[in-house]
Design a protein around this ligand. Sequence first.
Ligand code: IMP
Length: 174
Amino acid sequence: MTDNRLKVLIPEERIEARVAELGREIRERMGDGPITCIGVLKGSFVFMADLVRAIGGEVRCEFLGVSSYHGGTRSTGVVRITEDLRHPIEDQDCLIVEDIVDTGLTMDYLLRMLAVRGPRSVRVCTLLDKPAHREIDLDIDFVGFQIPDEFVVGYGLDLGEFYRNLPYIAVYTP
Ligand code: IMP
């Protein structure tokens, strides 16, 4: 089935290769101990599943439900927590796993929210970094790909809840 609103930006093989590299980079920099991976739902669920296997070793999987978009292609800047972590993260080395950082508002909010829970460290891994509209200066520890100022879907990223199941990242043009 072809959808002419979609144009492949990052094919499946490139994602696969980069996720494997990210897993190695994360272990190199975070060491061999347990890592608490915190996937930001819903967008990161596909990336999270591949990344935790690439990281290997002792990994805890936690999820945070966050909603910052309401079916459109523009950030509202309002972050709503729809599901909290199930366990405390005190004294743990944490890695926030995000699909895309755009304005940075969501990540900034999450970093401040998690900091007060006493983790030993919090690092950030995003599959995609779209710096064109960054409003907050963030330190992102691990970036899969920097992308241009386009609205993208696939590999977990949606438009109105669709396209998350595409195995590649595509630019969406209505
Ligand atoms: P930020 O708060 O502006 O950094 O936006 C972060 C969130 O916006 C991400 O977790 C995504 O859910 C969503 N988002 C930003 N850009 C895109 C895009 O190009 N496609 C799909 N979702 C996006």
